[in-house]
Design a protein around this ligand. Structure first.
Ligand code: PEP
Ligand code: MN
Length: 363
């Protein structure tokens, strides 16, 4: 069993975030069975939840439901393993493949324990990127698995947790999976648009982008009634929606590109990704300007505080000097950002009081 099932892209892995009941698992699998792109059924049994007291998965009980999907519905199944005990159970029950989750990839100790348990077996393993943008940790986890299982080891890009993130649940930072591919060209690279997006609106665009970058396949969370899902309800789609999403993808071949074109497009991808992050940061900054506007309105303060502006210029000019940026350029950027921040704060201050002029007018 391998993830490289054939050469038609995308190879799709679909199924619910969590196995919730035997009925939900089998109903989803039967609907997915008729979709020829779906090569693997996924369902989490042990759910790594950020906060306690949320649904933590059905655990061991769900293994037999997955075995039914594999043997009776006829789709190979995979689930997440986060420790040696999970790995032992999965091997004992003949689960077809596993993935290592983002919270596990951050810990070389945990990855090694799983790799040791899989040693000498032929189970295929997918390794999700770690929570934060660390290519070395991702490569290391893949290398640990490559040294243990005789089955295929593939990489799964699920985006990176980012404090300033607004648009995506996990920032794609496409340059990182591209970096991985250039270091491990023989390792298949899959994308998990569900965990990148955290919603359903962006799924198609992210799936298309993964295809345009030449990725081998997609993992998409699929649930018969997404709004009732016990985990990740906002990002799951129905099997019918999955079919539409896949059929709308444009699959272009990137193999014909010359080496110099590939270098140029890899630089463009990095630039796009940095610009996307710049926009996220600016949007986060403007959100803070709004909150400041509300605060100043309540306290009866003026929008512009010259002393604070002078401090901003001084500190930012020092930071940018250390980074080798031109002073003239940074001053122009700062002035524009400041101007927009004043506009945002003034709008907030004037909301609901059109006739009442704020103290900004005196500036
Ligand atoms: C999952 O696939 O449901 C999951 C928990 O993923 P991640 O490790 O990417 O958060
Ligand atoms: Mn999930």
């Amino acid at each position: 069993m391998s993830f490289k099932l054939n050469n038609t892209r995308p190879t799709v892995i679909a199924g619910p975030c969590s196995a919730e009941s035997r009925e939900q698992v089998l109903e989803t699998a039967r609907e997915l069975k008729s979709n020829s792109n779906v090569k693997y059924f996924r369902a989490g049994l042990w759910k790594p939840r950020t906060r306690p007291n949320s649904f933590e998965g059905v655990g061991e009980e769900g293994i037999k439901w997955l075995s039914e999907v594999s043997k009776e519905v006829g789709i190979p199944v995979m689930t997440e393993v986060a420790d040696a005990y999970h790995a032992e159970l999965v091997l004992k029950h003949g689960i077809d493949a596993v993935w290592i989750g983002a919270r596990t990839t951050v810990s070389p100790f945990s990855v090694q324990t799983i790799a040791d348990t899989l040693k000498g077996t032929s189970i295929p393993v997918m390794v999700k990127n770690p929570m934060h943008a660390d290519l070395g940790l991702w490569l290391g986890a893949i290398e640990r698995c490559l040294a243990s299982t005789k089955g295929e080891v593939a990489a799964l890009h699920r985006g990176f947790s980012n404090y300033t993130q607004h648009k995506y649940r996990n920032a794609p930072m496409w340059e990182i999976p591209i970096g991985l591919k250039s270091q491990l060209p023989d390792v298949s690279l899959f994308c998990d648009p569900s965990h990148i997006c955290g919603n359903t609106e962006l799924l198609s665009a992210v799936s298309q982008k993964a295809m345009d970058l030449g990725m081998d396949g997609l993992m998409l969370e699929t649930h018969p009634t997404p709004s009732f899902a016990k985990s990740d309800a906002s990002q799951q789609i129905t099997p019918t929606e999955l079919r539409v999403l896949i059929s709308n993808l444009q699959i272009r071949s990137s193999l014909k590109d010359s080496a110099s074109n590939r270098n140029l497009s890899s630089l463009r991808i990095k630039m796009d990704s940095i610009d996307e992050q710049l926009m996220e940061l600016l949007s986060g900054r403007m959100e803070i300007s709004k909150l400041m506007g509300e605060f100043k309105k309540e306290e009866g303060l003026t929008v512009l505080h010259l002393k604070r502006w002078r401090e901003i210029v001084k500190t930012r000019m020092n930071w940018s000097k250390e980074l080798g940026l031109s002073e003239e350029f940074i001053l122009r950027v700062l002035e524009q950002v400041h101007k927009e921040s004043i506009r945002v704060q003034t709008t907030v201050m004037n909301e609901g009081s059109n006739s009442q002029k704020t103290k900004t007018d005196t500036l």
